[in-house]
Design a protein around this ligand. Structure first.
Ligand SMILES: C[S@@+](CC[C@H](N)C(=O)[O-])C[C@H]1O[C@@H](n2cnc3c(N)ncnc32)[C@H](O)[C@@H]1O
Length: 204
C-alpha cells in the first residue's frame, strides 16, 4: 500500500518535472570524440594537467574557491574571473579569496565577456555558469573562437541533474552536440563520486 502510494506520487512528480524541464536534443558521441580521453579522479587533477603560465578565464566564479586552486596549481600568466555576481557579499568574498588586480574581475555575463574578446587569445577556459543547455551551447560556440587552436575548453557539471537533484542540466547534451558538430575531442573527464564531473576538450 505504501509502495503503491509512493509510485503514484513519484509518477505525478515525474510528469510535472518533465514539463518544467523538457528534454534537450541528444547527440551521440563518436569514437573520434573519445578515443584519447583519460579519466581523472578529481577536477583538481585536471588543473594539474593543464598548461601552466597561460592566459585563462573562469566563467562562473562565485566565491572564487576554484579560482584559488587555478592560481595555485596552474600559475596562470593572466587569470580572468567572469561572473554576474548578483550578490555583493559573494563578490566581496571572491575578492578576498583571490586577491588579483582589478582588471581580472569582470562583472558581465559569460557571453558578453566572450563576445568582447579578439579571436585566439585564451590558452584555456573553464565554464561553470548556469548549466542550462542554451547557455552552455552559446558559451562553447563563443569559446571556440577565443581559445587558441591548440588550447582547451574545459568546464564543470557534465551531468544531467543539479546538486539538489531537482533541476535538469543541459551540459551533457550541449557538450556532446558541440564535439560532434565542431570536431572536438575529450581529452579529460573527471570522476567525482557526486558525478558533478569536469571535462576538457580540444579541437581534433
Ligand atoms: C556554480 S557557481 C561557480 C562555482 C565556481 N566555478 C567554483 O567551482 O567554485 C556558478 C556561478 O555562475 C554565475 N553565473 C550564472 N550564470 C552566469 C552567466 N550567464 N554569466 C556569468 N556568470 C553566471 C553565478 O552568479 C554563480 O556565481
Amino acid at each position: 500500500m505504501v509502495n503503491q502510494l509512493k509510485k503514484v506520487i513519484f509518477k505525478g512528480f515525474e510528469a510535472l518535472w518533465s514539463r518544467w524541464y523538457p528534454k534537450h536534443p541528444e547527440v551521440s558521441l563518436q569514437d573520434k570524440n573519445l578515443k584519447n580521453c583519460k579519466v581523472l579522479a578529481h577536477r583538481f587533477d585536471l588543473l594539474d594537467k593543464l598548461p601552466k603560465n597561460g592566459v585563462v578565464a573562469e566563467l562562473g566564479v562565485e566565491y572564487g574557491l576554484f579560482s584559488k586552486e587555478i592560481l595555485q596549481r596552474c600559475e596562470p600568466y593572466e587569470l580572468y574571473l567572469i561572473d554576474t555576481w548578483p550578490n555583493k557579499s559573494i563578490h566581496e568574498e571572491c575578492l578576498k579569496n583571490t586577491s588579483l588586480g582589478e582588471r581580472s574581475y569582470i562583472q558581465k555575463t559569460s557571453i558578453e565577456y566572450l563576445n568582447s574578446l579578439e579571436e585566439n587569445v585564451l590558452d584555456w577556459i573553464y565554464i561553470d555558469t548556469d548549466h542550462t543547455y542554451g547557455t552552455t551551447k552559446a558559451e562553447l560556440e563563443a569559446a571556440a573562437k577565443v581559445v587558441k587552436p591548440n588550447g582547451f575548453i574545459c568546464g564543470h557539471d557534465y551531468t544531467s541533474i543539479s546538486y539538489g537533484g531537482l533541476k535538469r542540466y543541459g551540459v551533457v547534451e550541449a557538450v556532446n552536440e558541440f564535439c560532434v558538430a565542431y570536431s572536438y575531442e575529450f581529452i579529460y573527464l573527471t570522476s567525482e563520486t557526486t558525478r558533478h564531473i569536469s571535462f576538457a576538450l580540444r579541437k581534433i
